[in-house]
Ligand binder design. Structure first.
Ligand code: NDP
Length: 251
């Protein structure tokens, strides 16, 4: 099993580069960039539930099967992880105003594979390989700063998704210029929040799988933020010129 873990870990690290380069050329065909020609589809709200469920289940299964509950720190880790994924899997999809929009099954399949592998490498490392963390880890600067970064990102992500959700009435499909919160500075604060969350996770777990996850998230969301930003500028003449794509004042 250790061999499989290593293969998957290094595959994910390598795949980050492939994903980042590919997505700079081709936007994943969902949401604003949905287009025909990517095969069968399902409703977006169900796609989210199906795609994200492995992220809840795989690490949860490893936590129990490897007796992670005997460690306070490992229990805090799983609570932090699940605070994001339980919301994303079971609540977020049903807040979407346009949740019946088609979503390609091919993307659902890729996300299931990613979430299964990512849940496995993070869970296997934390609950099997790490040999647990001493209780002193609670006051370690990496844990404290990681938790602060994770929940700063969590708040930015949820608040930004809420602002996007408030732009439409139920069933609405039109796009508007989002205002408020970090939208003042960037086009995709929801993605910025997500990247902060998993960077915080890498820091608080001080682990290579955590780093691989943070890198993969950035590889996925940075090119997409650039695509959203370009799209907004092409669609709205009055789009604020000082707004950047992902990082305030920089990019
Ligand atoms: P988007 O910003 O593309 O869309 C989010 C929702 O807001 C959709 O329902 C979308 O509708 C709607 N929306 C977006 N822009 C507008 C607008 N200008 N006016 C009106 N409605 C709008 O986000 P994603 O779907 O890509 O991501 C959703 C969440 O998932 C985010 O929190 C993101 O961080 C996270 N995520 C994480 C990933 C990871 O690698 N960890 C990967 C992808 C997403 P419509 O569908 O019609 O466009």
């Amino acid at each position: 099993m250790d061999q499989i873990y290593l293969i998957l870990l290094y595959s994910q690290l390598g795949l980050s580069i492939v994903v980042a380069v590919s997505l700079l050329w081709v936007s994943a065909p969902y949401g604003k960039f949905f287009r025909e020609g990517w095969g069968a589809t399902i409703k977006t709200k169900y796609a989210w539930v199906i795609m994200e469920f492995p992220a809840v289940a795989v690490i949860g299964w490893l936590y129990f099967s490897e007796s992670g509950y005997t460690s306070l720190i490992l229990t805090l880790f799983i609570l932090i992880w699940q605070s994001h994924y339980l919301h994303r899997t079971f609540l977020y999809p049903f807040t979407l105003k346009n949740g019946n929009k088609p979503y390609p099954l091919s993307l659902v399949f890729m996300a299931i594979v990613f979430n299964t592998i990512n849940g496995f490498i993070n869970g296997y490392y934390l609950f099997h390989l790490s040999g647990s963390y001493p209780v002193e880890w609670l006051t370690d600067p990496r844990m404290i700063s990681g938790v602060v970064i994770f929940y700063t990102g969590f708040i930015i992500n949820k608040r930004s998704d809420k602002i996007l959700g408030s732009l439409r009435k139920p069933g609405g499909t039109e796009y508007k210029i989002p205002e408020g919160g970090l939208f003042k500075w960037v086009s995709c604060p929801n993605y910025l929040g997500e990247i902060l969350e998993w960077s915080g996770w890498a820091l608080l777990t001080w682990s290579l799988p955590g780093l691989a996850f943070a890198l993969f998230t950035t590889a996925n969301l940075l090119p997409r933020a650039l695509s959203h930003h370009k799209w907004y500028r092409s669609q709205f003449e009055q789009y604020p010129s000082s707004r950047k794509a992902l990082i305030p004042f920089i990019m």
